[in-house]
Write a protein that binds this ligand. Structure first.
Ligand code: PHE
Length: 407
């Protein structure tokens, strides 16, 4: 049977951009900017993205496009069947772990979209009431599982429909919608009285704020945002024609990812400053601070709906790229039908995700190496395994891949 592939250059590009643009851009980037002092952090982030992460991205792309197979088989076959296949196996397992907890936050976005559709962020509520609403929600045992289930179900439905008919089609429609929404919110946010202070915070660097810790945070974020070290870029690249230009696709993805992060910053920061709030509120920025901002601004109800639609779309296009890594492996290596492969991945990620979700509530006291289940998985995959995956990919291209395989 002929292997499925992307139908066009644009299709591949939006799918790759869809993987890169995600919660990392809309949720994590703005709060990291807030925590690490604004513009100076952004400059470090841009330099590290292009200097370190883009080359790694290109390596992953080269391997995938050359192999035209799932990540595990790519490492195994291009290395001539040596231990590199275990690296391949790692890059198949890690995105499944990440999907599990990513889906929990995706689920929060589902819930917040429902809240926005019910115009639940009303001006009568104080900021601390908004925070309490969020903490009550995430710590309740069952409610977050509902969002988690919906989010994961939509993800596997898209993946189940295949590369051309599912992932590409979905990304082609949703990615432009996502960009338009976020650009619209950014324009609106800049027009708010008092927005200038937010823009200054984003674009007027204070280099004394750069520390080793903020550089490490910028690097970690750049890795996560470009989706490298997880086998996702490799898997997507394997559906790209061998004639496709690696540099063009890689640059285009990196530029869309970066511009989206900046636009997200412009959509969020000016609004936060306009209402005199603190941008340093950490992970709660999107779910605690923003709902309050929406409740205060004119036509905030509509802006809230648009924002949470954007958050959800960004998250889904990223999680489909992670799920595809596992599904491609099961289909090609284990000869399991695509639908069954999707169901298996759904079941695995649902169970692990359910534990991650409950670690905000009933299981909050349960610790692995001093961390909650969610934090443990997040830290292990995004800090350790992702870096290892990237390192091995670069070593693989540099030392193991034949020169004739790199073009
Ligand atoms: N890049 C995605 C984001 O910014 C997350 C992601 C990581 C997706 C790894 C795929 C693989 O949210």
């Amino acid at each position: 049977m002929k292997r499925d592939s992307f139908g066009s250059r644009f299709g591949a590009l939006v799918a790759l951009a869809g993987s890169a643009v995600g919660l990392g851009n809309l949720w994590r980037f703005p709060y990291l900017v807030g925590e690490n002092g604004g513009a100076a952090f952004i400059i470090v982030y841009i330099i590290l993205s292009f200097l370190i992460c883009l080359p790694i991205f290109i390596c992953e792309f080269v391997v995938g496009r050359r192999a035209q197979e799932n990540a595990y088989s790519a490492f195994r076959d291009l290395s001539g069947g040596s231990w590199w296949k275990y690296v391949g196996l790692m890059t198949v397992i890690v995105p499944l772990i990440v999907t599990s907890y990513y889906s929990v936050i995706g689920g929060w976005s589902v819930q917040y979209l429902f809240k926005a559709l019910n115009f639940a962020f009303t001006s009568g509520e104080t900021q601390s009431q908004m925070s309490t609403m969020f903490t009550d929600y995430v710590s309740s045992p069952w409610l977050p599982l509902f969002g988690h289930t919906i989010f994961l179900a939509v993800t596997v439905l898209v993946v189940g429909a295949g590369i051309k008919g599912g992932i590409e089609k979905f990304s082609k429609v949703m990615m432009p919608v996502l960009f338009v929404i976020v650009i619209g919110i950014a324009i609106y946010s800049m027009a708010l009285p008092g927005a200038a202070r937010g823009l200054e915070y984003l674009f007027n660097p204070d280099f004394s704020k750069i520390t080793a810790k903020s550089c490490a945070a910028a690097l970690g974020q750049a890795f996560f945002s470009l989706s490298i070290g997880f086998g996702t870029i490799m898997t997507y690249a394997s559906y790209v024609s061998k004639k496709e230009n690696v540099l063009f696709q890689s640059m285009a993805t990196a530029v869309s990812d970066l511009s989206f992060a900046l636009i997200a910053g412009i959509a969020i920061m000016p609004a936060v400053f306009a209402f005199g709030l603190n941008p340093q509120s950490g992970p709660g920025l999107v779910f605690e601070t923003l709902p309050y901002v929406f409740s205060q601004m004119p036509v905030g109800g509509v802006v809230a709906i648009l924002f949470f639609v954007a958050l959800l779309v960004a998250a889904i296009t990223s999680s489909i790229s992670m799920v595809e890594v596992g599904v491609a492996y099961l289909v090609e290596e284990k000869k399991i039908a695509r639908t069954w492969a999707c169901l298996i991945v759904f079941a695995m990620c649902w169970v692990v995700g359910a534990f991650c979700s409950m670690s905000f509530g009933p299981l909050s006291e349960f610790k692995i190496c001093g961390r909650t289940i969610f934090d443990f998985f997040d830290n292990m995959s995004s800090n350790i395994l992702m870096t290892l995956g990237s390192l091995f990919t670069v070593l693989f291209v540099g030392w193991s891949l034949k020169k004739t395989d790199i073009y």
